[in-house]
Design a protein around this ligand. Structure first.
Ligand code: ADP
Length: 339
C-alpha cells in the first residue's frame, strides 16, 4: 500500500474562513471504512478547535434533528469496525425541495458551517441541491463499495469489499476443483462492474460479466469449452448483479439448457460487512482529514477524492453529471489470463 500525494492545491495559500461548527453524516449504502472516515472528520475538527456534530441515519436523521455533539472520545475504538456508528439510510423526502428546506432549517438552527457527507453519488446529488437552493456548504467523502464515483479513482469500502469477495471465491474454487464444477459467482454491482472486474482478475475467473458490456452467451460457452479442451475440469464465472445478460441464477439456467451443469453462489451482503482493510482505513483517514482542512480553508461543494494517487477536490457538479468509465482493456487482459 503506497502513501498518497497530498493536494497540489495548496490549502495554506487560501485565507482561512472562520468556521466554528461542522457536522458529519453517512448516507446511502454502508461501506467498510465509513467509521474510519467519521473518526478522521471528528478528530481533525477537534484538533483544529472546531465543534463537531454527528448526525444519525443520514438525511432522514437530519430532517428529524438527530444531531449530537461529538468529541475525540466519541470515535475511540471504531477505526477497525465495519458499518457506521452514525448509521445510514435512504431518505425519500430529500428528493423534494420541502425535505431539503427542512434539512437546511435544522442545520441553520444548529449554526453548522459545513456539512460533511460520506456516501455515494446519490448522496452528493442531494448535497449539491442543499447547497444550491439553501446555501448550505457541503463537502463529500466517497464512501461506497461500488467504486463508481466520478472524480475519484478509489472509494472508501471498495478494497475491503473486493477482498471479502475474493476470500469467498478462493473457498469456492476449492470445492469447484474437488468436484470438477462450473461455478457462477454473483458479486455486488447493480450499475458498475468495478467489484466484479477486480474480483474476477484476482480470483482467476474464466469469464467476468459486468453491467457495462453484454457478452453473447455463445462466447461465454466458448471460453468454458476452451478450458475443458485443455483439461481444465473446474471453472469460475464472476458476474455482477446488474449484468444485462441475466443474474447468476439465470445464467446457470442458460448453461443447463446447453447441457452444462453449473452451481450458483450469490455473495450478497457479506461484501458490505467486516473490518475495513488497511487500504480503506488509510483512504478514509486521509480523505476524512482533508475534508475538514478543505472546509477550514473555504472550499465547499466538492468531494475529496483520489486521482492518480493524489488527493484532489472535485466539484459536486462534475461528480454528479459524469459517469466513471471502466477500462475495457482489463476485460481483455482477464480473457488472456484465462486462455
Ligand atoms: P448513494 O449515495 O450511495 O448513491 P442513494 O442513491 O440511495 O445512495 O442516495 C442516498 C440518498 O441521497 C437518497 O435516499 C436521497 O435521500 C438522497 N438523494 C439521492 N439522489 C438524490 C437527488 N437526485 N436529489 C436529492 N436527493 C438525493
Amino acid at each position: 500500500m503506497s502513501m498518497f500525494r497530498l493536494p497540489s492545491q495548496n490549502l495554506k495559500s487560501r485565507s482561512k474562513k472562520p468556521i466554528a461548527r461542522i457536522a458529519v453524516l453517512c448516507s446511502g449504502g454502508d461501506a467498510p471504512g465509513m467509521n474510519a472516515a467519521i473518526r478522521a472528520v471528528v478528530r481533525t475538527a477537534v484538533a483544529n478547535n472546531l465543534e463537531v456534530f454527528g448526525i444519525s441515519r443520514g438525511y432522514a436523521g437530519l430532517l428529524e434533528g438527530k444531531l449530537a455533539p461529538m468529541n475525540a472520545s466519541s470515535v475511540a475504538n471504531i477505526i477497525q469496525r465495519g458499518g457506521t456508528v452514525l448509521k445510514t439510510s435512504r431518505c425519500p423526502e430529500f428528493f423534494h425541495r420541502t425535505g431539503r428546506a427542512q434539512a437546511a432549517k435544522v442545520l441553520k438552527a444548529h449554526k453548522i458551517d459545513t456539512l460533511v457527507v460520506i456516501g455515494g453519488d446519490g448522496s452528493f446529488a442531494g448535497a449539491h441541491l442543499l447547497s444550491k437552493e439553501f446555501g448550505i456548504n457541503c463537502i463529500g467523502l466517497p464512501g461506497t463499495i461500488d467504486n463508481d464515483i466520478f472524480g475519484s479513482d478509489d472509494t472508501i469500502g471498495f478494497d475491503t469489499s473486493v477482498n471479502t469477495a475474493l476470500e469467498a471465491i478462493d473457498r469456492i474454487r476449492d470445492t469447484a476443483s474437488s468436484h470438477d464444477r462450473l461455478f457462477i459467482v454473483e458479486v455486488m454491482g447493480k450499475h458498475a462492474g468495478f467489484i466484479a472486474l477486480q474480483v474476477g482478475i484476482c480470483g482467476g475467473a474464466e469469464t467476468i460479466l459486468i453491467p457495462e458490456y453484454k457478452v453473447p452467451f455463445g462466447s461465454i460457452c466458448k471460453s468454458i469449452d476452451r478450458g475443458i479442451k485443455r483439461g481444465k475440469l473446474s471453472s469460475i464465472i464472476v458476474v455482477a448483479e446488474g449484468y444485462r445478460g441475466g443474474n447468476a441464477t439465470e445464467i446457470a439456467k442458460q448453461f443447463e439448457k446447453k447441457g452444462y451443469s453449473a452451481k450458483v453462489a450469490i455473495l450478497g451482503h457479506i461484501q458490505r460487512g467486516g473490518a475495513p482493510s488497511a487500504h480503506d482505513r488509510f483512504l478514509a483517514s486521509t480523505l476524512g482529514a482533508y475534508s475538514v482542512h478543505a472546509a477550514i480553508h473555504g472550499l465547499k461543494n466538492v468531494i475529496v477524492g483520489l486521482e492518480n494517487n493524489q488527493i484532489v477536490f472535485v466539484p459536486f457538479t462534475k461528480v454528479i453529471s459524469k459517469k466513471k468509465t471502466i477500462t475495457k482493456q482489463y476485460l481483455e487482459i482477464s480473457a488472456e489470463l484465462a486462455v
